[in-house]
Design a binder for this molecule. Structure first.
Ligand code: FAD
Length: 375
């Protein structure tokens, strides 16, 4: 029996990794992405080193692309408390502009077919086949569909996913800046209602990315005014804002970011990356989870469809992938949500940073609980 043909919806890290592994294994893979590479996204651009063995195995080395090596975390609170923590595993800083482009070129080289600048409108499943409706193009058919459409997509609404209808208070804002800052440090600065990450990426650039609440933006009327009135109350952050060159005229922004639990399978679509569940950015390893979940899913597909796809093999694939996802990521996402609650208000984050600053073994333990091991 022929290998099933696979359509991947969304070409972020999860979609691109699935495309690379499955195309390399000889599947016919089509990836549909609504944008065109390369492009910027809201993301802190710090990647946990747990992904390096896997990426190196695919012949991908972010360090030769100029990625920064990061091994220290500093967390600050509005009242001036700070804690420093060595990151045992560490990470690297590389812009999504470069990283996604690198993976896109790799997938092309392995034979993935790309349909770019095209939005998937709808996906239906009937008689063991998927029907994928595209904007302004002929519909596609597939034996398997991978949903790697990120935090929130029109497809979530089509699938009636519960989290889509729960309003989320969060807003993400990102800049690339030029500044004076240690190359090996990731700094998390807290402010009322949110936190901001700063770390080195390639060339002479740094990524400055923060998560805040929509209510803060509403209250202050514009992003610059909100930054002045809220973020600048943290002296560390004010110093960065006033002593850096902002490379873009306007920041990248996204809203409605949900950290609620999601399902790994919907109407037989196999969810990968943020579509299956998103860890809070505070933990700095959503990208590692996206890459790892894609690697697990691809291996499951390879294993269960060696003799083609049947109702039974589809059932076994869905069951095993769901178990693997829960075992690997369920607890990390739960701990991430709990830690985020510590950093919602000035008073609690002042206390948390003060307390954890005196208890390096506890902060080390929390970092360990939200991070994985090399895979
Ligand atoms: C403020 C913030 C800061 C963060 N900082 C970090 C960090 O420092 N380190 C870290 O590891 N993680 C961080 N993350 C998390 C990280 O960005 C995500 O976990 C990661 O990008 C998930 O990758 P993905 O492939 O699942 O989704 P994405 O990268 O979001 O890709 C989804 C893709 O699907 C496409 N798409 C959506 N709908 C459709 C459709 N209908 N048709 C076609 N295409 C579609 C989109 O255009 C997009 O390209 C942060 C997140 C936020 C919000």
């Amino acid at each position: 029996m022929a290998k099933p043909n696979i359509v991947i919806i969304g070409g972020g890290l999860a979609g691109l990794i699935n495309a690379i592994v499955l195309s390399k294994a000889g599947f016919e893979v089509t990836l549909i992405e609504r944008k065109k590479y390369p492009f910027n996204r809201v993301c802190g651009e710090y990647v946990s080193n747990e992904v390096l063995p896997f990426l190196n195995g695919l012949g991908i080395n972010p360090l030769i692309m100029g990625a920064a090596e990061i091994n220290t975390l500093k967390v600050t609170s509005v009242n001036g408390n700070s804690l420093n923590q060595k990151l045992d595993l560490g990470g690297f800083g590389l812009s999504r502009f470069k990283l996604d482009e690198l993976l896109y070129q790799k997938a092309l080289a392995y034979g993935t077919k790309f349909i770019l600048e095209t939005r998937v409108h709808d996906v239906t499943f009937k008689n063991e086949k998927f029907y994928i409706a595209l904007a302004d193009k002929q519909p596609l058919q597939a034996d398997l569909v991978i949903g790697s459409f990120g935090k929130r997509s029109n497809i979530d609404q089509k699938l009636n996913r519960k989290f889509f209808y729960q309003r989320s208070p969060y807003l993400g804002v990102k800049y690339h800046i030029k500044t004076q800052f240690p190359n090996n440090l990731i700094q998390l600065d807290n402010f009322e209602g949110g936190y901001c990450g700063i770390s080195k990426i390639e060339d002479d650039l740094y990524c400055l990315c923060y998560l805040t609440k929509n209510s803060q933006l509403k209250k202050h009327g514009s992003i610059p005014e909100m930054e002045k009135m809220v973020l600048h109350k943290n002296a560390h952050l004010k110093h960065i804002f006033l002593n850096s060159d902002f490379v873009w005229q306007k920041p990248e922004t996204i809203n409605e970011i949900s950290f609620e639990p999601k399902t790994t399978i919907e109407n037989h679509i196999l969810m990968s990356g943020d579509s299956a569940g998103m860890i809070t950015p505070l933990c700095g390893n959503g990208m590692a989870i996206a890459i790892h979940s894609a690697s697990l899913l691809s291996q499951c597909i390879i294993k269960h469809t060696a003799a083609g796809i049947t109702q039974i093999s589809r059932g076994n694939l869905e069951k095993e992938y769901t178990q693997l996802w829960q075992q690997n990521f369920g607890n990390r996402l739960f701990v991430g949500r709990s830690i985020q609650r510590l950093f919602g208000s000035n008073t609690v984050s002042n206390l948390a940073v003060g307390l954890l600053g005196n208890l390096p073994s506890v902060s080390g333990y929390l970092i360990g609980k939200t991070h994985g091991k090399g895979f």
